[in-house]
Design a protein around this ligand. Structure first.
Ligand SMILES: NC(=O)c1ccc[n+]([C@@H]2O[C@H](COP(=O)([O-])OP(=O)(O)OC[C@H]3O[C@@H](n4cnc5c(N)ncnc54)[C@H](O)[C@@H]3O)[C@@H](O)[C@H]2O)c1
Length: 253
């Protein structure tokens, strides 16, 4: 029970990596707020957790909407008396080089992947400071450290998440708040299931994606959830500002 009695908000917890983190954090004793803009998914994950004896609640929120995310964070802190853990995990990718990416698509992606992290931290940190500490885990990506083709906005957004994580860690180390990020390699979440479904040659695409990782396989969402658990728990008590790569060796090459 590494998160016994902890109050944790996980954004993007309706699917994939966030879904696995919500289940794992619950099994480790946390009360989990399953925050997602997809209401059906958020309610389904919260119900899945409570059906197995865990403690969870759904929160329907678009993390790009500052006041809506603030309301969720403030509401959780008011109802439970504290907020111990915030996982800023909601995010998505779009295809495109800088030449082919429209300004509207760039802004929409940055609004979620970067501003969503900014808003979450902006409104959780004062609560954590008042209560004497807390932990934040952001979801970056291995592409914060390596270039890939046709994902310019996404790569930029995840580089920003890693850099923002370091900056915030320095600003709030004296407040007892640890802020780290996880950098997944290519993970077989529903997001990639959609990409395979849209592909003209899914087996070839899968093989190419598998080959990026030194382990020559895709990662599983639960493998990232375990890295998040490490960063959210006292197991990582001497880490702040860190980027934990869980990428099958991709960036070590
Ligand atoms: N799958 C991968 O290979 C991979 C690799 C590196 C990083 N990541 C990152 O991991 C995170 C989770 O990705 P995943 O693969 O589990 O994706 P996913 O699509 O399976 O799940 C993402 C969840 O986030 C929610 N979401 C999206 N935008 C939101 C918003 N504005 N407000 C609230 N909720 C929102 C979606 O509804 C969905 O439930 C993302 O930040 C993604 O960029 C994924």
């Amino acid at each position: 029970m590494r998160l016994a009695n902890k109050i944790a908000i996980i954004t993007g917890a309706g699917s994939g990596i966030g879904h696995e983190a919500a289940k794992l954090f619950s099994r480790e004793g946390a009360h989990v707020v399953v925050a997602d803009r997809n209401a059906d998914a958020a309610h389904a994950v919260a119900a899945e957790i409570t059906a197995t004896g865990g403690a969870a609640e759904a929160a329907i929120v678009d993390v790009s909407q500052e006041m809506a995310l603030k309301a969720v964070i403030d509401g959780v802190a008011a109802r439970h008396g504290r907020l111990d853990i915030l996982v800023n995990n909601a995010g998505f990718g779009i295809a495109g080089t800088v030449v082919t990416t429209s300004e509207a698509d760039w802004d929409a992606l940055m609004a979620v992947n970067v501003k969503g992290v900014f808003f979450g931290c902006k409104h959780a940190i004062p609560i954590m400071t008042r209560q004497g500490g807390g932990v934040i885990v952001n979801t970056a990506s291995a592409v914060a450290a390596v270039g890939i083709t046709d994902r310019a906005a996404y790569v930029a957004s995840k580089g920003a998440v890693a850099a923002l994580t370091r900056a915030m860690a320095m600003d709030h180390v004296a407040d007892g708040i640890r802020i780290n990020c996880v950098a997944p390699g290519t993970i077989e979440s529903p997001y990639f299931a959609q990409i395979f479904a849209r592909s003209n040659d899914a087996p070839a695409l899968r093989a190419a994606l598998e080959a990026r990782q030194a382990m020559n396989r895709l990662g599983q969402p639960v493998e990232i959830a375990k890295a998040m658990l490490y960063l959210a728990s006292d197991d990582s008590s001497f880490s702040t500002g860190a980027t934990l790569f869980a990428d099958g060796g991709w960036t070590a090459r």
